[in-house]
Ligand binder design. Sequence first.
Ligand code: ATP
Ligand code: MG
Length: 645
Amino acid sequence: MELKPFYPVSDKAKAHSYLSEHDYKQMYQQSIERPDEFWAEQANTFIDWYQPWEQVSKVDYHQAQIQWFAGAKLNVSYNCIDRHLPERASQTAIIFEGDEPGNSHHVSYQELSDQVNKFANVLKSRGVKKGDRVCIYMPMIVEVGYAMLACARIGAVHSVVFGGFSTESIKTRILDADCQVVITADQGMRGGKVIPLKDNVDAAVADCPNVHSVIVVERTGADVNWNPAIDVHYEQAMAQADSFCEPEIMDAEDPLFILYTSGSTGKPKGVLHTCGGYILYASMTHKYVFDYRDGEIYWCTADAGWITGHSYIFYGPLANGATTLVFEGVPTYPDASRFWQVIEEHKVNVFYTAPTAIRALMGLGDELVNKQDLSSLRLLGTVGEPINPEAWHWYYEVVGKNNCPIVDTWWQTETGGVLITTLPGSSGMKPGAAGLPFFGIKPAILDADGNELEGECRGRLVLTGSWPGQMRTVYGDQQRFYETYFSQYPGYYFAGDGAKRDKDGYYWIIGRIDDVLNVSGHRLGTAEIESALVLHPKVSEAAVVGYPHDIKGQGVYAYVTLMKGEQGDAGLDSELKDLVAKELGSFSKPDLLQWSPSLPKTRSGKIMRRILRKIAENELDNLGDTSTLADPGAVDELIENRLIR
Ligand code: ATP
Ligand code: MG
């Protein structure tokens, strides 16, 4: 396939879009010149308030103090449900697609309303009140959405813990946020495998003396251990609950949820988001980034345990009255055509997934995609990691049939919603580049000393000024909030990522700052070397780290996963090294290349380079926090075959 560097906006995308190129420029200009006026207007357009704000924004990065719309009153669940009922009571809010094909059903806005109201009353009956923290540890079933919205309705603060984590991760998160109620299911089903959710919760709460209630949704009906003192049978409690619960009137700055980051770089942080700014930013970005139109079927494949699941499965789409698909399973079960089958089955128009899934499915060939009818697709999105141009093209051509724009959305748990992306109808795409800033977002690139760079440049990506969806603190640790994001470069929010800006003002994320190598004085982004490696048809995935090198300072160490059925040998080793040298210059050429059948990843599919770095450096004593790893076994194998001992 031919790799083009630029794809202009298609006529089809222009016709569908809310915004032309001109509109984007004008609105962006207004958003940064008169931000408070801009955001006040958006807040009135997107959100129903009980009472207006006293001041639009109040931000001091030197103190890490951020407020938006303080004094204004709203309820997030009201905005996601009640206000839609006059027009949308019978419209589908959620399409559920279970782990087993064929297990699927629709939930209307009316049913969503009934369930959330009842659930809110169940929580109240267990003594949960405004400000209390509730841990949600569930499979990807509709009840996870009910649980989140029920918390929002009564002003409780939810902390969703990914259902793939085990006891230790749940325990530390329950204790960190002092959650006294846990919502779970008897078991989960993922890829045909049973996940013992209730057992995991039992083991965790054994060490959490403050937990007084564990609400258990029935998913498989398995016989699970029951502790009558604290366990609550969800279905029984719901049967007795009243079907209306008055929404709690919340201040815009009251907490909405806590969510722990994925832990790619260190100990997860309890990111706190508040009601008003978050729901405005999630809904506005959902509308414009995906050009979402009434009646479309929208599917984000993330898990509710990640911010993407919060903002773009539940809060953003539901605030916009959308139809959002909740998928319980995995892309490879019963076979690797599952995503494409689900798209065909439910006539999905907008599909949003992660590069790790795209790369994995690309490695299995085009046949699985081509046998499905994907003609309903209008737009594709990606998030989570830089997408290498090779995978981008495959996504564009094979999945999107050259007919769907791709939005490569850069953002973080901390940012609440998308900050950098192209907009489908107003800016052309460059494979591998995230694109341009969203409204109100002012990115800047700094050198190591904190000087702002102009024009085309590369360095540390920071943000000047705030936006409504920004996190407000690290739960219980304001000092860590300040130190992590605001202390290195005073006056800026430091995102931790490296980026370059090109002549057209597009931002290219080149990986975490820690992942930028310094080889013989050249600063190299690991993402670029990885992109070069995966250009080779036999390579499915690559991860690059630095290691101490006597002459160069740092050497380039590449871990390479080959396509199914391929074998690594000396010939391929030098072929790959030469390929990188040809693409990026000889200083980028890997010094060492290790064949790696699998790479250590977080549960959200991100490669954990900090562990790969330790293995490359032969520093095995202290691999750091590995509790968020998807497959700890991958690490043992890499250690076994490491190249430096
Ligand atoms: P931790 O902060 O605990 O190390 P994490 O950063 O992986 O975990 P997230 O908030 O889930 O947790 O991920 C945000 C990060 O993901 C970004 O800082 C960036 O490194 C990466 N990322 C997200 N989207 C993109 C994208 N479109 N292109 C490139 N990188 C992306
Ligand atoms: Mg991060």
